[in-house]
Design a protein around this ligand. Structure first.
Ligand SMILES: [Fe+2]
Length: 292
C-alpha cells in the first residue's frame, strides 16, 4: 500500500491495494486510520463485484439502506445507484439531487458517518465531486466564535434549504408521497466532536439544515449561510473526479460535498454510474485496535 496526497487541501490516495481480495486486519486498520486522519480517500485501480464492494464498504461502518427506498438496488438494499443513464424514460438511480453542498443524511438521527462509492462508468469529459473540510473550517474560527457555537443545535430535515423547488437540478432528490409523510425534524450539534479523532468540526451547515433551536429563523439562516460561505473557502477544498474502477470514501462528520449537475447520457462516452453505500457507526476494526 502506498499513500499520497490528493490535489487540494485534504484527502489521500491509496495505491497498490486490491479490494477484491480479503484484506488483513493490519491493512484494514491502515485504510481506516488514513480515512479518519484525512476525511477523504480515493482508492484507484479496482475491479469489484457488488459483494466485494459491500465488503469494502463494511470496513467503514454498518451499511444502512437509504431513505430513498425506491432507488435502492434490487436485492442489495444497502446500495443506491447514482447515474445519468435512463431506462424506460426514468433515471436508473439518483440523477440529480446532490448538486448542492450538503452533509449526507444529517436529516436522520443517528446521521451517516461515512459514504463509500465505486465508479462503474465515467463520462470522458469528467464529473467532479467537490469537498470541503469542516475540521479546517472549525479550526479557522475565532475563540469567541468557537465558544458561541459550542452549545447550538441545528434543526435538520430532508431537503436543500438553498433550493426547495423539487424540479430544480440543484434541489434534493424528489420524494414519493409516502416518503414525504416520513419527514421529521432532527437536531444536530453545530460543533460536532468526532467519535474517533476527537477533533471538532462544523457539522451540517449546508443542505438539510433549516434553523437553530431557540434562534429566530432569519437569524439562524443568516448564520448558517455565513458559516457555509466560510467553510467553502478555497483553502479548505479538494475536488475528486471519481473515475471507473475507483473507490472513494468520505467521512460525513468532517466534510461537506456537492456533485456536478449532469446531462442525461446519450451513450457510453457520457454515461456515469456509481454504486453508493451509506454507513452508520464506526469501523469494526477500531474496536480491536487503539483508536486515533
Ligand atoms: Fe451526498
Amino acid at each position: 500500500m502506498n499513500i499520497i496526497n490528493l490535489d487540494g487541501a485534504f484527502g489521500k490516495e491509496i495505491n497498490n491495494l486490491d479490494l477484491s481480495k480479503v484484506l488483513s486486519k493490519d491493512e484494514i486498520r491502515k485504510v481506516i486510520l488514513t480515512f479518519h486522519e484525512n476525511g477523504l480517500i480515493r482508492i484507484p485501480g479496482q475491479k469489484l463485484k457488488l459483494k466485494e464492494f459491500e465488503r469494502s464498504a463494511e470496513m467503514f461502518g454498518e451499511i444502512k439502506p437509504h431513505f430513498l427506498d425506491h432507488l435502492r438496488f434490487k436485492g442489495h438494499p444497502g446500495i443506491l445507484l447514482l447515474s445519468n443513464i435512463m431506462e424506460n424514460d426514468q433515471p436508473i438511480g439518483i440523477y440529480e439531487g446532490a448538486a448542492f453542498w450538503h452533509t449526507d443524511v444529517a436529516y436522520e438521527d443517528p446521521p451517516n458517518t461515512a459514504t463509500v462509492v465505486y465508479g462503474k462508468k465515467w463520462p470522458t469529459e469528467g464529473c467532479p465531486t467537490h469537498f470541503s473540510s469542516t475540521y479546517a473550517a472549525y479550526d479557522a474560527l475565532t475563540d469567541v466564535e468557537k465558544k458561541e457555537f459550542e452549545s447550538l443545535k441545528v434543526i435538520h430535515h430532508y431537503g436543500n434549504r438553498s433550493d426547495m423547488d423539487e424540479n430544480s437540478q440543484y434541489s434534493a432528490e424528489k420524494l414519493t408521497e409516502e416518503q414525504k409523510k416520513k419527514i421529521q425534524n432532527v437536531y444536530q450539534p453545530l460543533v460536532k466532536t468526532h467519535p474517533v479523532t476527537k477533533r471538532k468540526a462544523l457539522y451540517g451547515i449546508a443542505g438539510s439544515s433549516f434553523g437553530i433551536v431557540g434562534m429566530p429563523e432569519n437569524e439562524a439562516i443568516n448564520l448558517l449561510d455565513e458559516l457555509k460561505k466560510h467553510a467553502l473557502k478555497p483553502q479548505f477544498r479538494t475536488t475528486v473526479d471519481i473515475k471507473k474502477g475507483e473507490v472513494v470514501a468520505w467521512d460525513a462528520y468532517c466534510t461537506l460535498h456537492k456533485a456536478t449537475p449532469q446531462k442525461i447520457a446519450t451513450g457510453e462516452n457520457d454515461a456515469r454510474l456509481l454504486w453508493r453505500a451509506s454507513m452508520v457507526g464506526t469501523a469494526p476494526v477500531l474496536e480491536k485496535y487503539q483508536s486515533l
